[in-house]
Design a protein around this ligand. Structure first.
Ligand code: ADP
Length: 487
């Protein structure tokens, strides 16, 4: 049926190590279910530290060959991979829907990003590899030479499974590194095995890219093996701030450099002079695309008081009409949340806010496996939902005396990923933007945007380091100082 994923070994999703599909050393596996229908989509290899170590060794053995491959050869592989993904587009959209509950709109966003990522990465091998530097030592020529680091460990989440695994892997590969990817247990296919299928068919040499899957609750065994291995030179992690913090603590023990892309509590600020129709549409997309399960989603909407009532009324009316249901139906806007645990958390946090005095302006009543698009107002600061990141289709609307007050409130949170300001006065928007402590800021747009060439990342507890193909070289290459002295 079209509802089955994993074409690798029947409907078994194995580890991809050294160019081969294989089971876990332990022989264990787990069942990946659809968040919408609950049906079993695939039996998946349940890996542990042993499997991770096998993959790390395979990646280490492939490194010299891949790092030395001529740029045109690497270029051909990424261009072919893009063509393969494009050919498989409909099938991939279907897999995203059944595996992660991702609807058509965000599925197209993910495939579009992945295609651009691969085609831009194909040029990366032709970037200058270093620079010559003047030296004060007589007869000496000096250079700063950029070299790939070796094996990169990539830990990716399930939410934008295709794009976030893609950017964790493709930039490091294109710079000449080899990679071991650990997908989330919720997206072993679109966030893992699918990339292996595509890159293998495109001709990537065996061992250059490896995938190790694991059962729910067992990510730590694979992650710890990556941290502990001296063969792994960098780790990039995309996920929640609490998990990222634990990873960074352990990384300190091993002095392992990590790139961390973590949670957001992203504000969308609507100034009194904003075009209200535009602001309502932008906010609805920015808060509820992919059921609010994107790290950049708007979590708090601050509206300057003169516009607050009109904006809030129109926004709540629009949100109440968003169709909820099967993510494979193109008419659906709000599909299922990823699992029962996520649904229960949303329910608990919204109920707690309501008990503390919040008003529900739209949604608020779970429709398992979906949680409807929900708008809250009058949420007191002590409510759990205002603290950290609540990953789902719930947004808080709040009137403020001024956009400056909104900036101050946003800066008072620990997180600093993305922010948006919508205003008729672009100069004021830019002035406000410069005072927000975030890594990404959009003036007159909603916050859920990404392009592979942009410096993507947060500040404060939203993480360290930047993805973005031109910028990833800072993270996934080592600069070496080389001198040559005339004899
Ligand atoms: P999300 O809410 O996006 O799932 P998580 O931080 O839980 O955020 O997950 C992001 C990624 O981190 C997933 O691949 C998950 O399996 C992985 N992960 C969770 N716990 C650990 C851990 N202890 N060590 C390494 N990776 C982990």
């Amino acid at each position: 049926s079209g509802h089955v994923i994993g074409h690798v070994i029947g409907h078994f999703i194995g580890h991809f190590i050294g160019g081969e599909w294989m089971t876990s050393e332990s022989g264990r596996s787990y069942r990946k279910r659809s968040p919408w229908s609950g049906e079993v989509l695939a039996e998946v290899a349940a890996g542990d530290g042993e499997d991770a170590r096998r993959a790390i060794v395979a990646a280490h053995e492939a490194f010299e060959g891949w790092a030395g491959a001529l740029p045109w050869r690497r270029q051909q592989i990424f261009l072919r991979a893009a063509d393969i993904l494009e050919r498989r587009r409909d099938e991939v959209l279907g897999a995203l829907a059944v595996e992660t509950g991702c609807g058509r709109v965000f599925g197209e966003v993910q495939v579009g990003f992945a295609l651009k990522l691969l085609r831009q990465a194909a040029q990366l091998g032709y970037r200058p590899a270093g620079e010559l530097l003047p030296s004060d030592v007589e007869g000496t020529r000096a250079a700063a030479v950029r070299r790939p680091v070796g094996v990169v460990g990539a830990i990716a989440p399930w939410n934008a499974s295709l794009t976030l695994a893609g950017r964790a892997v493709v930039g490091p590969l294109a710079l000449g590194n080899t990679v071991v990817l650990k997908p989330s247990e919720e997206s072993p296919y679109t966030g893992g095995a699918l990339w292996a299928e595509i890159l293998q068919e495109a001709g990537l040499p065996a061992g250059t890219f490896n995938v190790v899957t694991h059962a729910p609750g067992e990510a730590g065994a694979v992650g710890d093996a990556m941290l502990a291995s001296p063969l792994v030179k960098r780790i990039n992690f995309t996920g929640s701030t609490p998990t990222g913090r634990r990873l960074a603590e352990k990384a300190g023990t091993y002095l392992k450099r990590v790139v961390l892309q973590l949670s957001g509590q992203n504000p969308l600020i609507v100034a009194a002079d904003a075009d209200v129709g535009y602001a309502v549409d932008a906010a609805a997309y920015g808060a509820f695309v992919h059921q609010g399960q994107v790290c950049m989603c708007a979590r708090r909407i601050y509206v300057e008081r003169p516009l607050a009532e009109e904006f809030t009324t129109r926004f709540a009316a629009k949100v109440a009409t968003l169709p909820t249901g099967d993510p494979s139906d193109p008419a659906t806007v709000v599909g299922p949340v990823i699992n029962e645990w996520a649904l229960a958390l949303l329910e608990r946090r919204v109920n707690e806010a309501v008990e503390l005095g919040a008003r529900v302006l739209a949604g608020g009543v779970p429709a398992p496996p979906c949680y409807p698009a929900t708008v809250l107002a009058d949420v007191p600061d002590e409510a759990e939902i205002t603290q950290g990141e609540t990953f789902g289709p719930v947004v808080i609307v709040e009137a403020v005396d001024s956009a400056e007050e909104a900036v101050a409130r946003a800066n008072a949170s620990d997180l600093g990923l993305a922010a948006s300001i919508i205003t008729g006065d672009t100069r004021r928007g830019l002035r406000l933007a410069s005072t927000l402590e975030v890594g990404i800021i959009h003036v007159n747009d909603q916050p859920v945007n990404d392009e592979p060439q942009m410096p993507f990342g947060g500040v404060r507890d939203s993480g360290w380091g930047r993805f973005g193909l031109g910028f990833a070289a800072e993270e996934f290459c080592e600069l070496r100082w080389v001198t040559v002295r005339d004899q």
